[in-house]
Design a protein around this ligand. Structure first.
Ligand SMILES: Nc1nc2c(c(CN[C@H]3C=C[C@H](O)[C@@H]3O)cn2[C@@H]2O[C@H](COP(=O)(O)O)[C@@H](O)[C@H]2O)c(=O)[nH]1
Length: 287
């Protein structure tokens, strides 16, 4: 995760379209000082939990698919989390390795009870198939092999599952963001309350999860400032290309501005409870 921090800091110091406003950070810090709002993991009650390896499998499938909901105005993260939960409750073998490998787009849709094609549906299915190829298709084996280190878990996942390799090149330099791999570690930690599959000695090393909600919240709070051109593009709902300077800056500056991952869920929950929030639109499998 050192690579995520260091490369994000580099982007923030070479940024052309997004600025981190240190006075803006100070103001937010002052207003939440002594009362950092604690948002409970699963505060919405939408996740499956049985305190065992099936929960790990559930979270791994969930985070393999935890990206790009915005193209369908009615779809959001909750639909995915609760849809997969209901599917698992209905049939405990839905995420078994041999079945993961076979899902088609319409079957995934049916699993989630979603009435129309999902955004990036072919990619979603391809990423589900990928999960079966290592560690016997059992996510609990991955977690067991990481010796209670979240850093190691993220590295192992990125090494074995190409779909989680959330990195890019910015101004000639490689930048690491690892949104879905890190959120998987955080979800385990939150779900298992730091015990069993959620016990990590280095959970403080992970960074916030650079998605499309957190940058928009940070901008609203005055922590991020956008160039006029970028602000106009976002306001006009114009797509921002995956891997473009703008996109990398939005994500990396968010990581750089928010050092503590403890704040992620607060920022995210604040963002998703605000329907008028205007976020950047990038077609991406990473977030
Ligand atoms: N930074 C950050 N981004 C997060 C999450 C989560 C869900 N975390 C759950 C885990 C435990 C809690 O109980 C939460 O419910 C999803 N996302 C991202 O948001 C976007 C979807 O937005 P919308 O379509 O409006 O639901 C999409 O990019 C998705 O990947 C988070 O925690 N942090």
């Amino acid at each position: 995760m050192e690579e995520v921090r260091a490369s994000s800091a580099w982007v923030a110091s070479h940024s052309s379209h997004v600025t981190v406003d240190s006075e803006g950070i100070e103001k937010v810090v002052e207003s939440v000082e002594n009362s950092i709002p604690k948002v409970e993991w699963n505060y919405e009650g939408i996740h499956y939990f049985d305190n065992g390896p099936l929960t790990v499998q559930y979270l791994f499938v969930l985070d393999a698919l935890n990206f790009c909901f915005w193209p369908d105005k009615e779809l959001n993260y909750d639909d995915l989390a609760s849809g997969l939960k209901a599917a698992l409750q209905n049939d405990p073998s839905v995420f078994d390795a041999d079945r993961l490998q076979k899902y088609t787009g319409p079957e995934l849709r049916e699993l989630l009870k979603w009435p129309r094609p999902l955004p990036l549906e072919d990619e979603r299915v391809r990423l589900m198939h990928e999960l079966e190829r290592s560690f016997g298709g059992k996510a609990s084996n991955i977690v067991e092999s990481c010796e209670k280190s979240a850093v190691k878990l993220v590295a192992i996942i990125a090494r074995h599952f190409p779909g989680f390799r959330d990195h890019t090149v910015y101004k000639g330099r490689q930048v690491f963001l690892y949104k879905r791999a890190q959120i998987f570690a955080a979800d385990l930690w939150g779900a298992f309350k730091g015990q069993r599959y959620g016990e990590f000695s280095d959970i403080g090393s992970i960074t916030i999860f650079a998605d499309y909600i957190v940058p928009a919240v940070l901008q609203q709070l005055g922590v991020l400032r956008y160039s006029l051109t970028l602000a106009n593009r976002i306001e006009a709902n114009k797509e921002i290309g995956s891997g473009s300077e703008e996109e990398v800056e939005l994500r990396a500056c968010s990581i750089y501005a928010v050092l503590s991952v403890e704040l992620d869920l607060w920022l995210w929950a604040f963002g998703v409870s605000n329907p008028s929030l205007q976020h950047h639109r990038t077609l991406s499998i990473y977030y």
